[in-house]
Design a protein around this ligand. Structure first.
Ligand SMILES: Cc1cc2nc3c(=O)[nH]c(=O)nc-3n(C[C@H](O)[C@H](O)[C@H](O)COP(=O)(O)OP(=O)(O)OC[C@H]3O[C@@H](n4cnc5c(N)ncnc54)[C@H](O)[C@@H]3O)c2cc1C
Length: 418
């Protein structure tokens, strides 16, 4: 694949139409946090039939699982489970890449809010939940009727997420009592459903760093659960980020994903790690959107802004900026195309490769966006010119989904294991 297909281009143009009609007129309200992202995302889902597509995919998958489990209960041999993909939008990656890229160039927070809710929230329930848990939560999240958050990070444990985790549960009869705090949680202030990772304190003592990590699903309004207000941030204002507090929250076993402490897929550490690859590929898709938009805006500006009687695009130092933007665009686009192609061939990137993509693409997007501000001069520093917002948004890509320093460790680990 070296260019978008005709279908991709058709979808891209339709998404651009939606952006012009529904997002650009609301950009100020979205970027000030005055307008939450969810009504806009829901409208997008309705307009493009994404809610129907996701809902039907979930229903189909659950019906299959129900039939499988009924057959096993009736004594039939357990059928071999076919790999069904771990996303409700499996097979729609190209559509998602186009959508993510186009939205990121205008309002990346919308993508973050949507991506965390579905890509992390729904996907974790899908890969770890029992049939009953999937029936309870999945369809509402995939259709964006409900918003999900995915909470690992704590004030004293970000990069050292599992070792330093202090949030814990203790068994209490058939239930657990959850205590602790999470921070920097995307959608945290407004989430209806919260995936929460917590250490099991089984009273046996031992090294706290090594304790088992369990994954729970909480619903808004549970006694003892408090959702903090949105933080003020540098950028990405259209994606609300906040804290979650747990004060003796009583959680039944029906909220423990898999309803067992001995999940066959490993503990919560494995559950979180399995999301890393997709999350980091998603960052490359977003980075491409930022780069494309900066590239477009800078070319326009370089051809229209006149100084010393000529367009600034004629100055070599401006040309150098444009050339570097073009190199970044080609590289990141190739990474995205390569990922899509490999997905189709059933050979998706490894965690180390996805980490390498995340590292490169997020740095490229941040550099391109900062250089775009520079190319626009004083105008670039003014909110009225969109490159200012793009530069603030882009920087977040170097921090979340694992900081770029942590990507280095994951890339090196993959290389050294070969
Ligand atoms: C906009 C935004 C949205 C987020 N959304 C979510 C969310 O939905 N859910 C969630 O759980 N978390 C979320 N996070 C948290 C994010 O994952 C963490 O901020 C990130 O993992 C870094 O952790 P930290 O902030 O605690 O930084 P620290 O871990 O305190 O790191 C501080 C610095 O030390 C560096 N560092 C740490 N360890 C090493 C090492 N071994 N070698 C070299 N350098 C190192 C880091 O790279 C960083 O530069 C979000 C963050 C942001 C900014």
């Amino acid at each position: 694949m070296f260019e978008w297909s005709e279908t991709d281009v058709m979808i891209r143009d339709a998404v651009r139409g939606f952006i012009d009609k529904e997002i650009r007129p609301n950009l100020d309200a979205l970027d000030s946090g005055e307008l939450p992202p969810y009504p806009v995302i829901r409208k997008l889902f309705r307009e493009f039939g994404i809610d129907v597509m996701g809902g039907e995919a979930v229903q189909k998958m659950l019906a299959k699982q129900e039939a499988r489990e009924a057959a096993v209960a009736a004594g039939e041999p357990k059928p071999e489970k076919k790999a069904s993909g771990s996303s409700p939008f499996a097979g729609q990656e190209s559509l998602m890449a186009v959508l993510i890229g186009e939205l990121s160039g205008v309002c990346m927070g919308l993508v973050t809010a949507m991506g965390v809710s579905i890509g992390l929230g729904a996907t974790t329930i899908m890969s770890r939940g029992t049939l009953a848990q999937k029936q309870r939560w999945l369809e509402d999240i995939v259709t964006m009727r409900k918003v999900a958050s995915w909470a690992i990070t704590e004030p004293d444990s970000g990069s050292d997420a599992f070792g330093g985790m202090k949030t814990y549960v203790k068994r209490d009869g058939e239930d657990y009592l959850l205590n602790g705090q999470k921070t920097f949680i995307t959608n945290g202030p407004f989430a209806d459903v919260m995936i929460v990772y917590a250490k099991l304190d089984d009273g046996a003592g031992g090294d706290k760093r090594e304790r088992k990590v369990l994954t729970f699903v909480l619903d808004k309004g549970m006694p003892g659960l408090t959702q903090g207000k949105p933080f003020k941030k540098m950028g990405l204002h259209s994606s609300p980020t906040g804290e979650l507090f747990f004060d003796n929250v009583r959680v039944g076993r029906d909220r423990l994903l898999g309803e067992t402490e001995e999940h066959k897929g490993g503990d919560g550490r494995d559950s979180a790690r399995s999301s890393f690859t997709a999350e980091r590929i998603g960052v490359a898709f977003m980075a491409l959107g930022i780069i494309n938009e900066c590239h477009r805006l800078c070319l326009e500006y370089a051809k229209s802004r006149k100084l010393w009687g000529q367009e600034i695009g004629r100055f070599q130092l401006v040309q150098l900026k444009l050339a570097k933007m073009e190199i970044a665009r080609i590289n990141v686009q190739n990474m995205v195309f390569n990922t899509l192609e490999r997905g189709r061939a059933g050979k998706p990137p490894t965690l180390a490769e996805a980490s390498a993509m995340k590292l490169y693409a997020s740095e490229a997007a941040t550099e391109v966006a900062m250089e775009a501000v520079q190319l626009f001069g004083g105008n670039g520093y003014m909110t009225e010119y969109h490159v200012e917002q793009l530069a603030r948004d882009a920087k977040s890509l170097m921090i979340y989904a694992g900081s770029n320093e942590i990507q280095v460790t994951h890339i090196a680990k993959g290389l050294l294991a070969q």
